[in-house]
Write a protein that binds this ligand. Sequence first.
Ligand SMILES: [Zn+2]
Length: 183
Amino acid sequence: MTKGRPRARRLALYLTCIEIPLAPMAGTYKKWAADLQAQYNALDVGQRKLARQVGRRLIKRAGSIAIALASLPDPVVQLIQTDSPLGATRTRSRQRQFDELRQRWSALTPPCPSCRMRNGFPKRSWPTREWAYEVWGRQHDRDALRVYECPVQPGFWHLGHFRMAVLAHVTTALGALFDGVQE
Ligand SMILES: [Zn+2]
């Protein structure tokens, strides 16, 4: 039975856009659509608005909701095809997890070509300040984090730790002292 599938798809896309883990699919699409709707209804107004905004933008950019969904992380695609994909996720290696993370970023939040995280991997870029703030608001260590515009990609926003930001400043200043040596 595919009744409820279009609604489930749209809601899955919206929720995934703001990184809400989806309720597992159990039973019919109709049942899943109802579960996702309940998750969506439980969000606050601002989150719902952002999810719709980002989801619609993604659909528009992709040309169809099916293509938009296909550009999202593996788990969502799996959720649409199988019943319980999450068990397998835990056994994956870190590298594999990061590869998947990067795949997931490519939709609207690409890795920065310049800025790096502490582990050396590229930083994630958010295309709007509101979206970056929304993600910031859900970080457990948000007191140590700030949202800032990427210095090399205007219009994209990063999350960064305060201390690292200070270090970056110092590095930049030192770089200037040493005639443009940076990073
Ligand atoms: Zn950057």
